[in-house]
Ligand binder design. Structure first.
Ligand code: TIU
Length: 225
């Protein structure tokens, strides 16, 4: 039997079987993290998210080295916009919105430069990339099927943004029976107060949606392998 890896976390220790736990990296896309993308267009300061790149790189390298499963997601839409809800298109009353031309191609459109994952965390050909039209990674995607087929029951969820796509995905995963661990330094928000509350909401009430830890503790737990 595969021994469990034990990670110091809140509200209590997170124990996982390596073969049954995937690293799920949410939306580390140029549109959210680089100047000129969708995130900045919404009026946000992208530097708030860029601090997550290094810890994610360290975790991804260790996870790959240990031979564990990695799955990436990207938020975006078909070039013909048929999967873009009209409400999402007009939300925010911005001059330039999803599907319009931005500095990195059409904003949040699959195949455009801005939609792609940042080079620092680029997926290997063997790592599934889930293209999702919503904030949650389970809505209108085959993520649940892929996890089921691979026997995955637990997820380490990282990426951006903490209170939007990470929180939505953790809640969706929780309702589908998965355990989620969120390393705080590997998730980022444009707003410090949402970073704080987004993490508190996950671990409150005995871990109502999951566990919170950090990459250092996760790497320490992985390293004796
Ligand atoms: N705006 C914002 O905080 N987030 C998003 O629009 N998408 C994700 O979180 N990926």
């Amino acid at each position: 039997m595969n021994p469990k890896i034990r990670v110091a976390a809140e509200p209590y220790e997170f124990a996982f079987e390596p073969a049954k736990c995937a690293l799920l990296i949410i939306d580390m896309q140029r549109d959210f993290l680089e100047p000129g993308g969708f995130g900045e267009m919404l009026g946000n300061n992208v530097s708030q998210l860029r601090r997550t790149i290094e810890p994610n790189q360290r975790l991804l390298t260790a996870w790959r080295k240990a031979g564990l499963q990695v799955i990436h997601t990207r938020e975006g839409h078909r070039p013909d916009l048929t999967d873009l809800p009209p409400a999402k298109k007009i939300r925010g009353r911005g001059k330039t919105t999803i599907g319009d031309i931005g500095p990195m191609g059409r904003i949040l459109i699959r195949g455009e430069d801005g939609h792609d994952i940042i080079p620092e965390l680029y997926p290997l050909p063997s790592e599934p990339v889930i293209d999702k039209p919503g904030k949650g990674a389970f809505f209108a995607t085959d993520l649940h099927a892929i996890l089921q087929h691979r026997g995955i029951q637990q997820l380490v969820v990282t990426g951006v943004t903490t209170e939007v796509c990470v929180n939505t995905t953790v809640r969706e995963a929780n309702d589908r029976g998965y355990d989620c661990l969120v390393p705080a330094d590997c998730v980022g928000s444009y707003f410090p107060e949402f970073q704080d509350m987004g993490l508190k909401m996950i671990k409150a009430q005995g871990g109502i949606f999951g566990w919170v830890s950090d990459s250092g503790k996760l790497l320490a737990a992985l390293s004796p392998r």
